[in-house]
Design a protein around this ligand. Structure first.
Ligand SMILES: NC(=O)c1ccc[n+]([C@@H]2O[C@H](COP(=O)([O-])OP(=O)(O)OC[C@H]3O[C@@H](n4cnc5c(N)ncnc54)[C@H](OP(=O)(O)O)[C@@H]3O)[C@@H](O)[C@H]2O)c1
Length: 256
């Protein structure tokens, strides 16, 4: 897939850009002409994506960071702007689905760490990069959410993940309202069930530890072929990026 969107001269930052949905978003942004800062912990994966972008004539910089660490989050925002120039498009995609298991047996520190990656780092990156977007009168922030935000009771034994995605959508809608009319749009995107490492991770867990319900659902999703590819998930998002809508929670299955 290639997009008809022209993002020449725009700079993007994509978290979780080394694989899965984030990798595909980064490739699509680069194909549309944007220079892209690639963020995650696995440097080998980031360098592979950067090489792919450069081979196609695009611009990419690799910024390894652990988004669980607030200092690294803040350094990431600064480094991306130093290396590329002001960031116009922020894609908050990185997330973890752990810890999974009976909630009363979850280590609260692990629960908080997941919230830190899935929610606090998202807010911190937005807060760091929004002022420059607002000053220049144009920007796009996309927070990758999940269908679980619509039905938090649906994913038993993944309390931190469900909580983080519901809160992420509230954060998105609230922040968008605060900056309505600024030229900067802030939206959330539910990408659907996508065949990525996140899905593999759940299927690889011991059902006795993470809960039969969660494990069976993910095994069945793969077995019945309902999972979509990252390219299928990202295509509608790229169309949405041109829109001036803000404060929306878009879903991959929406008619556009
Ligand atoms: N796949 C699905 O079915 C599905 C469904 C609904 C929503 N989503 C959402 O879609 C987004 C992408 O998911 P995916 O399926 O593509 O997952 P994935 O394949 O597991 O990729 C997750 C990305 O996030 C990065 N990441 C995780 N922890 C990080 C940390 N502490 N610091 C920096 N980067 C970190 C990972 O890189 P490193 O591990 O190298 O750091 C990786 O690049 C997530 O927000 C997820 O919640 C996915």
């Amino acid at each position: 897939m290639t997009t008809s969107l022209d993002l020449t001269g725009k700079n993007s930052l994509v978290t979780g850009a080394g694989r899965g949905i984030g990798r595909t978003i980064a490739l699509e942004l680069a194909a549309a002409g944007s220079a892209v800062a690639l963020i995650a912990r696995s440097t080998d994966e980031l360098h592979a994506v950067a090489a792919e972008i450069r081979a196609a004539g695009g611009i990419a910089v690799v910024i390894p960071a652990d988004l669980a660490d607030p200092v690294q989050v803040s350094d990431t925002a600064k480094r991306a702007a130093d290396e590329l120039g002001p960031i116009d498009i922020l894609i908050n995609n990185a997330a973890v689905i752990w810890p999974a298991g009976p909630s009363t047996e979850i280590d609260p520190a692990q629960w908080a760490a997941a919230i830190g990656i899935n929610l606090t780092a998202v807010a911190a990156l937005s807060f760091a990069l929004l002022p420059s977007m607002i000053e220049r009168g144009w920007g796009r922030v996309i927070n990758i959410s999940s269908g679980v935000a619509a039905r938090p009771e649906f994913m038993l034994s993944a309390n931190a993940y469900a909580t983080s995605k519901v809160a992420l959508e509230a954060h998105t809608v609230n922040l968008a309202a605060e900056f309505a009319g600024s030229g900067v749009t802030i939206n959330a995107y539910r990408p659907g069930g996508v065949d990525t490492a996140m899905q593999d991770w759940i299927r690889d867990q011991d059902p006795a530890e993470i809960g039969e319900d969660l494990h069976t659902r993910f095994v069945e999703q793969k077995a019945t072929g309902v999972l979509i590819s990252p390219a299928e998930s990202v295509a509608p998002l790229m169309v949405r990026l041109a829109s001036a809508q803000t404060g929306q929670v878009w879903d991959v299955s929406d008619q556009i």
